[in-house]
Every structure is written in structure tokens, then in C-alpha cells.
Design a protein around this ligand. Structure first.
Ligand code: SAM
Length: 351
């Protein structure tokens, strides 16, 4: 991998900084991961999103799958019937207890980035909540490209938790949005893949049974960056869009009907929750509405708001979603942009 002086959208691409892939703890990974960790690295809603992503994107019949940097759970839906699932990781007990795996391989990819598999062997390679620990990601992405069949999928899924001492510097120091760009860069720099796609699920309420449910934390965000290896069958077309379940699934017609009744109900036409009265800020630079207040849906589980993160990402607007706002003056609904679940809440008028 080249290490100096390359330029991209950043002034200087941080993946080419000399210390980008250094870690606070440089002891052998095999030592760090010799400790069994039979824990969930994500909350249950986020875990179900991971399964949905895999279920939506893996369209091959009886695929040969590699779970790269595997632990005790590969998140492969029970309804999927792969021809084989190889788990490559460092913890023997975890891999042996992983019910999806048909084969375990113990190999330290930071020690030797060459993957111990023949070329064009797998249909799918997935890497879940582990990309932050790769010290030679571009080399590894090239290797993944080598062992995938043409048109095969490399699916990288991550969230925002990490073993900080083992995560590489560039990952630790990047924002969540920048991490998506980093992974896109790994794909692009490897030269083996089509232009990568992105899926984002964030800002959803934490499941009620979660130990942090009452801490004000939202559910763990899920980011997926994925791409097919170049050279696939041009007739197969693109992989399907990831199907997430965003709560109430009203049809667009039902939503339109509910929009017409917002004036009398003051309920969000997307989730049915009562909207909150919200004071328009007295700020000449931000807003130009004449009225003193609006109604906004502040439900963090509202499909309109939750989908917004992914929609805005796809449009190139990173780190932004929107909430549904009702203007009582002109009886119209429109989106109002937000950067987090807390945005705009200062203006809520208690009634
Ligand atoms: C946070 S866990 C994620 C496990 C699993 N992918 C999941 O979704 O639950 C990180 C995993 O990466 C593996 N890993 C870390 N460094 C590795 C390395 N240098 N080579 C191979 N595997 C590694 C560890 O064995 C560990 O299971």
C-alpha cells in the first residue's frame, strides 16, 4: 500500500498519514483476542438490522460465505442456506461455538494480510463490526477481491462502538460520517470493486429491554458499505435495496390521506404520534416563516425521520436527517433538517 501524499476529497487523505494505522495497544492481536467475549457487540435492534442487511443483499443461491474477523455470531439469517460459511478469526472458543460456521480458520490478518484461500473461491465476504481493527485495510481489500468470484459481494458493516486500544488511529479520530468515507476509500483504493454503496440506519429508539434503554442513548447506529467485485455478470443487475423495517408501514396513499387530516388531528401522518408545538426561533438568519409556532413530530422511531438518515446519505448529505413539520398557517407538511435526535428540542412548547 502506498503511504504518502495521495489526495482525494480531503485536503490530504488521512489513510495516507504515516501513523494512520497505529494503535494504542500494539501487542499481538492473538493475545488480546484470546479472552473469550461471548457478548453482543450491538443492541438487539441493531443486531436485527445487521441480519436484514445480509438477508437483503445476499441474493446468491447456496452461497459460499467468508465471515472475515468472525466471533461467536455471524448474523446470518436462519432462513439462509449457504453451501459453506468459513469463519476467520482469532478466538478458538468463539469460533467453535458459532452455529453458522461450517469451517474455522485461525489467522491473524494484521500479521499477514494474505488470506489463506484460493482465488475466486467465495460468493460473499462479510466483515462485521471489525473493520476498525485492520492495520492494512487496502491490502486486505485487495485480498478479498482476489478470493471473491467476479460479481461477488464484499459487505462491511460497522457501528460506533470499539475496543479503543485496538482500533487504528485514523478510525478513532474520524467522525462516524468520515468512517463511511474511509471504508469507501478502502474499496476504491483496492481497485478490485465497483463503486461502493452505503446504507445507514441511525437515530432509532433503543429497545425497551436494553440495559441502556433509559439512558437517553439511541439504538446503536448501523452503517453498511458494500460493493461487488468487478467483472460480474452484467445481466444480473444491481443488488436489491436493503429492506429495513422502519416501524409503521402505511402505504403512500394512507400517508397522503393522513396528511389531509393533520389540521384536525395534529398527528404525524407517518407514525401517528401527536406532534409537538414548537416555537419558531427568533433568528433572522435561520428561518423566514411568519408564524410563531409550528408542529413537529419528535418521535425518534418515526419512519420519516429514521429513513431520512439513509436517504440524505444517498443524496450526498452526510450526517443529516429531517423531521416532519406541520405549518398551521398554510396547512402544509414539510421536512425540517436535523443533525441529531436532540436538534430543535429546545423549541418545544409544553402544553
Ligand atoms: C468486535 S469482534 C466482532 C466479531 C464478529 N465479527 C461479530 O460481528 O460479532 C472483533 C473480531 O475481530 C477478530 N479479529 C481482531 N483482530 C484480528 C486479526 N488481526 N486477525 C483476524 N481476526 C481478528 C477477533 O477475533 C474478534 O472476534
Amino acid at each position: 500500500m502506498e503511504t504518502q501524499g495521495k489526495r482525494t476529497g480531503w485536503k490530504i487523505n488521512p489513510i495516507y498519514r504515516e501513523d494512520a494505522f497505529t494503535r494504542k495497544n500494539e501487542e499481538e492481536d492473538a493475545i488480546f483476542y484470546s479472552l473469550d467475549r461471548f457478548v453482543d457487540h450491538l443492541d438487539s435492534l441493531a443486531l436485527s438490522t445487521v441480519e436484514k442487511i445480509i438477508n437483503s443483499l445476499v441474493i446468491e443461491k447456496k452461497p459460499a460465505i467468508l465471515d472475515l474477523m468472525a466471533g461467536w455470531n455471524s448474523h446470518i439469517p436462519e432462513t439462509m442456506i449457504p453451501s459453506k460459511v468459513v469463519g476467520l478469526g482469532l478466538n478458538r472458543n468463539e469460533l467453535e461455538k458459532n452455529r453458522s460456521l461450517t469451517e474455522c480458520v485461525f489467522h491473524d490478518i494484521n500479521h499477514d494480510f494474505h488470506l489463506p484461500f484460493q482465488s475466486e473461491y467465495f460468493n460473499i465476504v462479510m466483515n462485521t463490526v471489525s473493520i476498525d481493527y485492520m492495520t492494512h485495510p487496502v491490502d486486505i481489500f485487495m485480498e478479498v477481491g482476489r478470493i471473491l468470484k467476479p460479481g461477488g459481494l464484499f459487505l462491511v458493516i460497522f457501528s460506533n462502538r470499539m475496543f479503543s486500544e485496538k482500533a487504528v488511529k485514523v478510525w478513532r479520530e474520524s467522525s462516524e460520517d468520515e468512517r463511511v468515507i474511509l471504508v469507501q476509500e478502502f474499496f476504491n483504493e483496492s481497485g478490485m470493486f465497483e463503486s461502493p454503496s452505503v446504507f445507514v440506519s441511525k437515530g432509532r429508539p433503543r429497545p425497551k429491554d436494553d440495559k441502556y434503554a433509559n439512558s437517553g442513548l439511541p439504538s446503536d447506529p448501523i452503517y453498511a458499505v458494500y460493493s461487488d467485485k468487478k467483472g460480474g455478470d452484467p445481466l444480473r443487475g444491481r443488488r436489491p435495496t436493503i429492506m429495513n423495517d422502519y416501524g409503521v408501514g402505511w402505504t403512500p396513499e394512507e400517508v397522503e390521506r393522513k396528511k389531509k387530516r393533520v389540521k384536525e388531528t395534529l398527528k404525524c401522518p407517518y407514525c401517528g404520534e401527536k406532534m409537538k408545538k414548537w416555537a419558531v426561533p427568533n433568528n433572522p438568519f435561520s428561518y423566514t416563516w411568519d408564524n410563531d409556532f409550528m408542529y413537529i413530530c419528535f418521535n425518534d422511531g418515526c419512519q420519516y425521520y429514521v429513513r431520512g438518515w439513509d436517504h440524505m446519505y444517498r443524496e450526498g448529505n452526510r450526517g443529516i436527517s429531517y423531521r416532519l413539520m406541520y405549518n398551521p398557517e398554510n396547512d402544509c407538511c414539510s421536512p425540517i433538517p436535523v443533525r441529531s435526535s436532540e436538534s430543535l428540542r429546545d423549541g418545544i412548547i409544553q402544553e
